[in-house]
Ligand binder design. Structure first.
Ligand SMILES: CC(C)(COP(=O)(O)OP(=O)(O)OC[C@H]1O[C@@H](n2cnc3c(N)ncnc32)[C@H](O)[C@@H]1OP(=O)(O)O)[C@@H](O)C(=O)NCCC(=O)NCCS
Length: 213
């Protein structure tokens, strides 16, 4: 097992693995998978066990630990929107330059609204900026995801880490998940996704363009 990078954040410590092909990567302990499935149970998000496992891979996989128990993960891929969504979205011109694809995030209910998500977002965007990538993108039905990315980019702009950013119009992905994915539709004070049909599993594709220094 290699601790490739650790970042302290109060009581939650991040453990970063690079080049993870699947959840069966030997660096991921079986008990961590169980703990991640437990995170799902208190998160308000109801993917199947297989859905959760299938998301555990990426160019960078970050696990958050509190008292040696996993309380969340996120994964990113360095790809272009065209590579990721080309087969799914055919009625929009998708950027073909590489960027940071926010491929999956899940945080235990007890670790939400703790600053952990924001710290992970900053790390994810910074990794792309360091590579000279100016696109950040994801698909989601959770307005907290869009709001969180905007908060991160606002603070990076304030700190002078990026010059500016803009978001393309959201692309509506009808019945992307094919079923209801949230016990209750997630809400955010600044961003509304009220147009989505949560029962049908609708989502949005969102793409941010950054102006780098
Ligand atoms: C999406 C998800 C990762 C976001 O994490 P989160 O912790 O809820 O998000 P945030 O850190 O942005 O926190 C939400 C709110 O708490 C606030 N907050 C953050 N840290 C805080 C702190 N230390 N004290 C008080 N409030 C805080 C944030 O400002 C934010 O409020 P705002 O949007 O009104 O500004 C999490 O909700 C989750 O795992 N959801 C289920 C899985 C899911 O939907 N994944 C996405 C699938 S695509």
């Amino acid at each position: 097992m290699t601790r490739e990078n650790t970042i302290g954040n109060g009581e939650i410590t991040s453990f970063v693995l690079e080049g993870v092909k699947s959840w069966e990567d030997p660096r991921i302990k079986p008990e961590w998978i169980e703990q991640i499935l437990n995170c799902r149970n208190s998160s308000g998000f109801v993917p199947t066990d297989d859905d959760v496992r299938r998301h555990l891979h990426g160019d960078v996989l970050t696990l958050g630990f509190r008292n040696e128990i996993v309380v969340g993960f996120n994964c990113i891929e360095f790809k272009s929107p065209k590579e990721v969504w080309g087969g799914l979205i055919t009625d929009h011109e998708l950027p073909s330059d590489p960027g940071v694809y926010l491929a999956g995030v899940l945080i235990d209910g007890s670790a939400q609204k703790s600053g952990f998500y924001q710290r992970m977002n900053k790390d994810r965007v910074t990794r792309g900026v360091e590579k000279g990538f100016n696109i950040i993108f994801t698909e989601t039905a959770n307005p907290n995801v869009e709001a969180g990315i905007k908060d991160t980019l606002d603070s990076m702009k304030e700190n002078g880490q990026i010059v500016d950013y803009s978001m393309e119009d959201r692309i509506y992905l009808k019945a992307l998940y094919g079923r209801r994915m949230y016990t209750e539709a997630p809400k955010n004070a600044k961003v509304s996704f009220d147009d989505l049909n949560y029962d049908a599993g609708d989502a949005y594709a969102i793409i941010f363009h950054l102006t780098l220094k």
